[in-house]
Structure formats: structure tokens, C-alpha cells
Design a protein around this ligand. Structure first.
Ligand SMILES: [Zn+2]
Length: 168
């Protein structure tokens, strides 16, 4: 039977959360967490991005992200931007990449109680465990890419090409 990780918290699994402290180089700036980078990506206004970047905590960044001048195509691009940011967070031979690989074939689900059924799966009575789990799915996709990267140096180029495509 497959193992699951359904909570991105605690000593072992907190690194899977976007709230985990780990500097992310994203579009020319360094953000304290992947949450900061994702929230900043919502807007193309430099001042708003900078404000989010300087927010103390990822929770503050998340709240600030609700008030930005949203880029008009946000709903269409948000999942691929999240994937890009995760590729940066878990890149190459980094310690976080190794930790992600060490989860093996476990199914990753961002279980939550705050009704996020897009990026995770909320298990409250109302939501009843039905969610798209986009964050978990994206983490598993990055993990698969890292496995390829381990096998053959060529696949690193393939991954870089994908990244470049998405940035442009
Ligand atoms: Zn719920």
C-alpha cells in the first residue's frame, strides 16, 4: 500500500509547505519563501511586489496577495507559476531536492482545514476531503523530474528548457 504525507508540517514534512523558510530566486529578486514569490507573482506592479517581498512572514505575504492589482490572466497562469516556483525551490542538487526525493513514492497531499480545495484538500465536514491538490500534484511532478535528473545529465537540459519556456 502506498504511503501518504497529508500534512505539510512537523519537523519532517514542513519543508513541503510554501511557508517554509527557504530563499527563492524568482524573476530577478530573492524571496524569503515560495509563498512570498507566489503572492508577488500575482501582480506586475513592482511596488506591490516589493512590498510583499519585504513582508515579515509568509502569512502576511499571503494576506497582502489578496489586495494586489491582479494580473488579468492570473487564473490561467497561477498553476504553472506555482510549478515554476517549486522547480526553483527544489532545484538540482539542493538539500531540499534531496529531501523531496527522499519522500520516494509517497503520495503528497496538502491536507488542510482552511477550505483550500484548489492547492490542497480540506478535510472539514463541509468540504469532505474533495480537493484538486494542485500543490501536492506539482510537488510530485517536480519529484519525478528530479528522478530523471538523477538518472541522466541530459534530462537536466530538458528541465532547463521547460523552465525557460515558462519564464518567457
Ligand atoms: Zn473545508
Amino acid at each position: 500500500m502506498s504511503d501518504y504525507i497529508t500534512r505539510f508540517d512537523g519537523t519532517d514534512n514542513r519543508f513541503l509547505s510554501n511557508f517554509y523558510r527557504s530563499p527563492i530566486d524568482f524573476e530577478g529578486k530573492t524571496y524569503p519563501t515560495s509563498e512570498h514569490a507566489y503572492q508577488a507573482a500575482k501582480t506586475s506592479n513592482d511596488d506591490e511586489r516589493e512590498k510583499i517581498r519585504s513582508d515579515e512572514s509568509p502569512g502576511t505575504a499571503k494576506r497582502a496577495g489578496r489586495k494586489v492589482t491582479l494580473r488579468p490572466d492570473w487564473e490561467q497562469v497561477k498553476d504553472s507559476i506555482m510549478l515554476d516556483i517549486l522547480r526553483i525551490k527544489f532545484k538540482g542538487d539542493s538539500d531540499l531536492a534531496k529531501k523531496l526525493l527522499a519522500t520516494g513514492d509517497k503520495i503528497l497531499i496538502e491536507g488542510n482545514m482552511w477550505h483550500d480545495n484548489h492547492f490542497g484538500v480540506c478535510s472539514c465536514d463541509k468540504c469532505n476531503g474533495k480537493g484538486k491538490n494542485v500543490l501536492g500534484e506539482s510537488l510530485m511532478k517536480v519529484r519525478e523530474e528530479l528522478k530523471l535528473f538523477k538518472v541522466s545529465p541530459d534530462s537536466q537540459n530538458a528541465i532547463n528548457d521547460i523552465e525557460l519556456e515558462n519564464i518567457q
